[in-house]
Design a protein around this ligand. Structure first.
Ligand SMILES: NC(=O)c1ccc[n+]([C@@H]2O[C@H](COP(=O)([O-])OP(=O)(O)OC[C@H]3O[C@@H](n4cnc5c(N)ncnc54)[C@H](OP(=O)(O)O)[C@@H]3O)[C@@H](O)[C@H]2O)c1
Length: 343
């Protein structure tokens, strides 16, 4: 089976390509060549910019492919153009979207039938900077653009929750691992909150299985929200980094109190959000179709192992946007323990 991956050299795409090659697929990647070149043996790399129509026309001539997987689309007008130019050379198209496509996330539980943001398939916002306020509507516009080019019977859309694991460059889990490595008293929220990050390898395997089946439609991709808690993730961090009782004391602070102190959700304490339903995505449809999710402890351990085997996130503009400053963290811990001496 011949597969084209649009992207393919960072994080989700990089792991997807590795798994695809492991399954014997014939893989071509298309990217600008700014990202690492340590692709698995046998992968063909076509260098080009998906914003350039002439690069896309040249790419289409390298086909045909049984399937294309778009892991790098975030601007509707650009995705629309790529999909239109590639459609004659591609049998089946997968677009990797996001939980942020849902209008009510993180305030209400979501399944595939939940309301989406309004999306404009022709929109180009001009800037390419990632913006949490426009990310969801732009991805919806991309989904519509893909549907316009491929129709509902040739298009698979996946909407994953947060993705973690080796090659991750946003740095969410890596920040927690590093924070635990530094030891001492660590400010942490909501030990009992269920969380649903999906391991990049599980996402990739599910995607490839659906592609091999020529499946169409929409799937949310996440573990069940009763499989792991925030506390489980941090305990797993302590387990891989070193003996927790000697190095680390988790100080669990009340979520509303953290908000009152002005702690920035999602970034200062990565993966924490004090909304009603940040981790209430239903992925029943995917599970029924074969999605299997490994335990969070395995994701944590393998990310740590990857980092310590020479693995390094690519130099990405978003790496480093996470984490609380050490002085501020310790000041908040002192304040919390003074106000709540029993905790
Ligand atoms: N991270 C998460 O937690 C999460 C959660 C849900 C969904 N998602 C979705 O998952 C998808 C995959 O994310 P990702 O982090 O693996 O990849 P990404 O950052 O969306 O894309 C990076 C890849 O695309 C290539 N690329 C970027 N701009 C290009 C251009 N103009 N022309 C050609 N190639 C280009 C890059 O290589 P070059 O720089 O060399 O061109 C690289 O291979 C994204 O669509 C994201 O929305 C992510």
């Amino acid at each position: 089976m011949r597969v084209l991956v649009l992207g393919g050299s960072w994080f989700v795409g990089r792991v997807l390509v590795e798994r695809a090659v492991g399954q014997g697929l014939d893989v071509t990647v298309f990217n600008r060549g700014r990202s690492p070149v340590d692709l698995p043996t046998g992968v063909r790399r076509v260098v080009g910019d998906r914003e350039s129509p002439s690069d896309l026309v040249a790419l289409a001539k390298e086909g045909p492919w049984d399937a294309a997987i778009d892991v790098s689309g975030s601007v509707p007008a650009v995705v629309a153009r790529s999909a239109k130019i590639l459609a004659p050379a591609v049998g089946h198209y997968t677009f990797v979207s996001t939980i942020s496509a849902y209008r009510d996330w993180p305030h209400a539980a979501v399944d595939e039938g939940s309301a989406l943001w309004d999306g404009d398939p022709g929109l180009d916002p001009g800037t390419r900077r990632w913006d949490p306020d426009t990310y969801g509507p732009l991805k919806v516009g991309c989904e519509i653009a893909c549907g316009n080019a491929f129709g509902s019977d040739r298009l698979l859309v996946l909407r994953p929750h947060v993705v973690l694991g080796p090659y991750e460059y946003v740095g969410r889990l890596q920040w927690w691992l590093d924070r635990v490595r530094r030891g001492g008293r660590i400010l942490v929220p909501a030990p009992d909150r269920g969380i649903q990050p999906v391991d990049v390898r599980d996402l990739s395997d599910f995607l490839l299985e659906r592609v091999r089946d020529g499946d169409a439609g929409v799937y949310n991709v996440a573990p069940n929200n009763d499989e792991a808690t925030f506390g489980d993730m941090l305990t797993a961090c302590a387990d891989v980094v070193g003996p927790a009782d000697k190095r680390v004391r988790f100080v669990w602070a009340d979520e509303d109190w953290l908000v009152e102190q002005g702690v920035t959700q999602w970034t200062e304490l990565p993966l924490w959000r004090n909304a009603a339903a940040p981790w209430s995505m239903s992925a029943e449809r995917a599970r029924a179709a074969g999605l299997r999710c490994r335990p969070i402890a395995e994701t944590v351990a393998d990310t740590w192992a990857w980092l310590h085997s020479g693995g390094r996130p690519v130099d990405h503009e978003r790496f480093g946007e996470h984490g609380i400053a050490p002085d501020r963290e310790q000041e908040l811990i002192r304040r919390w323990l003074t106000e709540h001496p029993q905790s």
